[in-house]
Write a protein that binds this ligand. Structure first.
Ligand SMILES: Nc1ncnc2c1ncn2[C@@H]1O[C@H](COP(=O)(O)OP(=O)(O)OP(=O)(O)O)[C@@H](O)[C@H]1O
Ligand SMILES: [Mg+2]
Length: 224
C-alpha cells in the first residue's frame, strides 16, 4: 500500500508579533492519499495558507508530526527541507509569482536548473510541458505580455515540469474570470493525473472544490 502523500497529526502553528501571540493552526490532523486532489476551504484568516506553507516545507510547525510520502520531515534541517522542496514539491500561487524579466521558457526551466539537470534534458522537459499547457507558441514572451490565464498556465507548467509528488496551490483561480478559471482547473486535473501528482489546494472556488476528491473545511485554525 502506498503511503499517503500527506499525513499530518496534531499540527500547531502560532505567529509571534512582538508581545502578541497569534494561534493560526490549533491541532490539524489530515491525510491526503497519493495521487488525489484535496481542497482546503475556509474564511479569510482561518489558516489555509499557513497549512499549505507547512505542507510545502516553506514553514515549520511548532508542534505535531508531518509525514511526506511516508517520510518524517519534522526533524530535518533547512538544507534538507530545501532539497525536498526543490525535488518533490511544486507551487502555484494566486498571483502567479513568475519572474518578470525572464521569458516563459526560462521561468519554466528554472526549477530544473536548481536541480542541476543537463541542458538537453531541461530543454526536452520544458518543450513537453509547454506543449501540454498549450503555450508552446508563447515560449519567448515575458509574463507581462500574457493574460492572467496564460500566466497561471505558465505557473502550472513550472510547478509540474519536475514531476513533483506534491503540488501546493494557494487560491490558484482567485484572480481569474469564470471561463479562464474553468480552463485552469481542467488543466490542473489533466496534468495532475498525467504526472501522478497529489494536489493540496486552498480555495473559495466551488468549481474547484467540485473537482476535488476531498474537501476539508477549516475555521479558526481547526479542521471540521
Ligand atoms: N506572517 C504572519 N505573521 C503574523 N500573523 C500571521 C502571519 N501570517 C498569517 N498570520 C495570521 O495567522 C492566521 C491565519 O492566516 P492565513 O494566512 O493562514 O489565513 P488564510 O486562511 O490563508 O486567509 P486568506 O483566505 O485571507 O488567504 C490569521 O489570523 C493571520 O492574521
Ligand atoms: Mg491565504
Amino acid at each position: 500500500m502506498t503511503a499517503p502523500a500527506i499525513a499530518l497529526s496534531g499540527i500547531v502553528k502560532h505567529y509571534r508579533m512582538g508581545d502578541e501571540d497569534i494561534p493560526a493552526l490549533r491541532g490539524i490532523d489530515l491525510a491526503v492519499p497519493s495521487g488525489t486532489f484535496a481542497a482546503v476551504r475556509g474564511p479569510s484568516g482561518s489558516g489555509k495558507s499557513t497549512l499549505l506553507n507547512i505542507c510545502g516545507l516553506i514553514d515549520a510547525p511548532d508542534a505535531g508530526r508531518y509525514l511526506l510520502a511516508g517520510e518524517d520531515v519534522g526533524g530535518l534541517d533547512e538544507d534538507a527541507r530545501t532539497m525536498i522542496r526543490r525535488r518533490s514539491i511544486g507551487f502555484v500561487f494566486q498571483s502567479y509569482n513568475l519572474v518578470p524579466v525572464m521569458s516563459v521558457r526560462d521561468n519554466v526551466e528554472y526549477p530544473l536548473l536548481l536541480l542541476g539537470l543537463p541542458a538537453g534534458e531541461r530543454r526536452g522537459r520544458v518543450d513537453e510541458i509547454l506543449d501540454q499547457v498549450g503555450l508552446a507558441g508563447l515560449a519567448d514572451r515575458r509574463p507581462d505580455q500574457l493574460s492572467g490565464g496564460q500566466r497561471q498556465r505558465v505557473a502550472i507548467a513550472r510547478a509540474l515540469v519536475k514531476s513533483p509528488t506534491l503540488v501546493i496551490a494557494d487560491e490558484p483561480t482567485a484572480n481569474l474570470d469564470t471561463a479562464t478559471a474553468a480552463q485552469v482547473i481542467d488543466l490542473m486535473k489533466a496534468l495532475g493525473h498525467r504526472h501522478g501528482a497529489t494536489f493540496l489546494i486552498a480555495t473559495h472556488d466551488d468549481r474547484m472544490t467540485a473537482h476535488c476528491d476531498s474537501v476539508h473545511a477549516i475555521t479558526d485554525g481547526s479542521l471540521q
